[in-house]
Write a protein that binds this ligand. Structure first.
Ligand code: NAD
Ligand code: UD1
Length: 340
């Protein structure tokens, strides 16, 4: 069976992907510095699957450690999640973001090349489309106008990988452009574990619902959308994790670098999310309207036909299941992984 190195595998999307890899009998080696995660997530992954993985605590910016890993394990492919992802923080600490997300990625690609490992799945983001285009967004649209430093790092790494694959046909690279990941494993044992005040909508909603925060501020009520609030393409983390397995199966040893949108293909407004959350879970979410947030756009959703036709990936979960599973995780883990 193939051995996969998963950088950032202890994180939100990484842990769900490790779980699915183990379920499909891949050998899994995780490299994570635990900057934004805890080992508890991977303990639970092993409990849920009744299988074990190899965990190495360390940094992708450590070339000696990377060489050691590629020497010790016979790695067939890399799924690269490791990086920092807070948009606001990236504006305050650009160098940390450039270092972690860009230099870290280059260190990883160097070590891969040295070890003759050329199969890569990279976590990109719909943010690379910037503000230029109208949804549905498709992969033929040009990228290049990101509004924040986090988004810029994703764009740069995408461009580096494109050049790399042009210079050496041994590279086989999948760029997965995630839309808005939400939800959790249906068991409620693993999920998103934000530190501090959540920036993203879903963890904020569940924290209001559980009483940890008083009310949600809805950023903007005058967008040109169905009800004036922002529309996004929410995607269940289990579907997103599965996209990585589909990319591995379909890409291994195929030359080139190619991007795929990973979204459901339909959008929901903030008010629709709140109403559906209440209908599905029977819990109210208090909110107030607030001014628009800088950098937000009105509508963002995917054209996902390329992923469906080329990767054989089909999203299985709708908005109701996403909101059910987000709430189930929050209820069972009121303080994330800190309290079981
Ligand atoms: P996460 O923070 O939960 O996971 C990232 C993991 O990487 C964490 O476990 C962290 O400890 C680890 N890490 C960070 N820097 C590292 C380093 N230098 N060396 C080793 N490990 C390091 O985030 P996530 O939501 O699971 O996101 C995973 C990837 O997907 C990230 O690259 C992120 O930018 C990208 N992405 C996320 C979203 C989203 O909304 N969650 C959307 C688009 C793209
Ligand atoms: C944000 C980032 C994006 C990143 C993505 C995943 C910005 C501008 N964009 O996307 O770069 O890739 O997260 O990490 O930060 N909302 C509220 N109240 C809240 C939080 C959000 O009304 O407290 C609204 C937003 O205005 C938006 C929707 O909910 O309309 C979704 O927001 P969010 O979850 O932050 O995701 P994005 O803004 O799409």
């Amino acid at each position: 069976m193939l051995t996969i190195l998963v950088t950032g595998g202890a994180g939100y999307i990484g842990s769900h992907t490790c779980l699915q890899l183990l379920e499909k009998d891949y050998e899994v080696v995780v490299l994570d510095n635990l900057a934004n995660s805890t080992l508890e997530a991977l303990r639970r992954v092993q409990t849920l699957t009744n299988k074990s993985l190899t965990f190495i605590q360390g940094d992708i910016r450590n070339p000696q450690l990377l060489d050691q890993i590629f020497t010790q394990y016979s790695i067939d492919a890399v799924i690269h999640f490791a990086g920092l992802k807070a948009v606001g923080e990236s504006q305050l600490k650009p160098l940390e973001y450039f270092d972690n997300n860009i230099s870290g990625s280059i260190a990883l690609f160097n070590a891969m090349k040295k070890a003759n490992v050329f199969n890569l799945v990279f976590s990109s983001s719909a943010t690379v489309y910037g503000e230029l285009h109208e949804s549905p967004l498709n992969e033929m649209m040009c990228t290049g106008t990101t509004t924040n430093n986090y988004g810029y790092t994703k764009l740069i790494v995408e461009q580096l990988l494109e050049k790399l694959s042009q210079s050496d046909p041994r590279w086989s690279i999948a760029l997965l452009r995630y839309f808005n990941p939400v939800g959790a494993h249906p068991s409620g044992l693993i999920g998103e574990n934000p530190r501090g005040i959540p920036n993203n909508l879903m963890p904020y909603v569940t924290q209001v619902a559980i009483g940890a925060r008083e009310k949600l501020s809805i950023f903007g009520q005058d967008y040109e959308t169905i009800d004036g609030t922002g529309v996004r393409d929410y995607i269940h983390v289990m579907d997103l994790a599965n996209a990585h397995l589909c990319a591995l199966q379909n890409r291994i040893n195929r030359s080139g670098c190619r991007a795929w949108n990973i979204g459901t293909g339909s959008g929901a407004s903030v008010l629709q999310v709140i109403k559906t959350f209440k209908d599905v879970n029977g819990v109210d979410v208090k909110y107030e309207f607030a001014p628009r947030r800088d950098g937000d756009i009105a509508i963002c959703y995917a054209d996902n036909q390329r992923a469906i036709s080329e990767l054989g990936w089909i999203p299985q979960y709708g908005l109701e299941e996403m909101l059910r599973d987000s709430w189930n995780w929050q209820k069972q883990n009121p303080n994330g992984f800190n309290e079981g």
